[in-house]
Write a protein that binds this ligand. Structure first.
Ligand code: ASP
Length: 333
């Protein structure tokens, strides 16, 4: 997302309360987030992660499977018209169409994904079916829709009347500017849900689902359905999910990178910071955008990092049910 969409206070003195000093492969600059290794645990992006985590928790707390938990969890914002960045009620593209991207991974490295999917409220469940019932990883557009309909999903209008009205207002303004392009896109908030869960048996799974950046070009696909970009899970090591301007995440294969840093001994938070640093080193105009990562390792430790302040993420364990703001790169400067 463009940074102007969120309230960025670069000199924010956001308290680091609740952040514990951990063994740091980066020296003393990184205070690690918590996670005392108690299972199960679920973490997810943004404020809507709180309700999503509770739905996941209903499964995890009964000894259920992390894959069922992440699917059930992210279906909550997918079905909620008040969450305007995911599923039903999502902000449409420039042509007024809602198109959705989603992917899912299990602890064994199995993956399923759909992109540019229209008319289906729960793309995450279609992605899971792609993973479990086809020899493929990703289905797109009309093919994904055909597959969903053949498997009993209902064709629905995902554009709510409120969103239609907003889109019309946006379109009028854009027409007045005589140009519709990427740089002139909306400044509305836009927040993918990405979720990682580790169940009582130590199985780590993840899910990621979004309607993409608001008023995107027709046909645009972001990072969220791309395995390794929007989501990556290695059940032996850990998982990561991304949110923010997907193009930056795609160019650096961000979630895969986070997991590889964890494989090399970094804590989840350090790994997220290092993947953010990859963006700030390699992408010259990164300052215009926000990206956030969250990560969970196979020991149940979690962490997050973003380019700018304002990225919060939700954590649910036996003891915790909270929202926390990620530390950010710009604040460290
Ligand atoms: N990453 C998503 C995309 O680029 C958007 C977001 O997370 O806000 O489609």
């Amino acid at each position: 997302m463009a940074i102007s969409r969120r309230k960025f206070v670069t000199n924010s003195t956001t308290a680091l309360a609740g952040i514990a000093l951990g063994k740091s492969a980066l020296g003393d600059t990184v205070l690690n987030d918590m996670g005392n290794g108690t299972l199960p645990i679920v973490v997810s992006t943004w404020k809507h992660g709180l309700a999503a985590n509770r739905a996941a928790w209903a499964i995890l707390s009964e000894g259920g499977y992390a894959l069922d938990a992440v699917e059930a969890g992210v279906r909550v914002p997918e079905g909620d018209p008040l969450v305007t960045s995911v599923g039903y009620g999502g902000i449409p593209d420039q042509t007024g169409k809602v198109s959705l991207d989603a992917c899912i991974m299990d602890e064994k490295g199995q993956a399923g994904s759909v992109c540019f999917l229209q008319h289906i409220k729960h793309p995450i469940s279609v992605a899971r079916l792609v993973m479990e019932n086809t020899p493929h990883v990703m289905l797109s557009g009309k093919g994904a829709l055909k597959f969903a309909l053949a498997n009993g999903f209902k064709k629905e209008n995902l554009l709510t009347p409120e969103m239609k009205k907003k889109w019309k207002e946006w379109k009028k303004k854009q027409e007045a500017r005589d140009i519709i392009n990427f740089e002139n896109r909306s400044k509305d908030d836009h927040d993918t849900i990405g979720m990682l869960a580790l169940d009582a048996e130590g199985r780590l799974c993840g899910a990621c689902t979004t309607s993409g950046v608001p008023y995107k070009m027709f046909g645009r696909v972001g990072d969220s359905p791309i395995i390794g970009a929007g989501l990556f899970v290695d059940g032996q090591v850990g998982g990561a999910v991304a949110t923010g301007q997907g193009e930056l995440v795609m160019k650096t294969l961000g979630s895969f990178l986070v997991v590889e840093f964890m494989r090399n001994g970094y804590s989840p938070k350090e790994a997220c910071l290092k993947a953010i640093q990859r963006i700030t080193k390699q992408i010259p105009d990164y300052q215009k955008y926000q990206v956030g990562y969250i990560a969970l390792n196979s020991k149940g430790e979690y962490g997050a990092f973003s380019i700018y302040p304002g990225f919060d993420y939700a954590i649910k364990t036996n003891e915790d049910d909270k929202l926390k703001e990620a530390e950010s790169f710009r604040k460290l400067l």
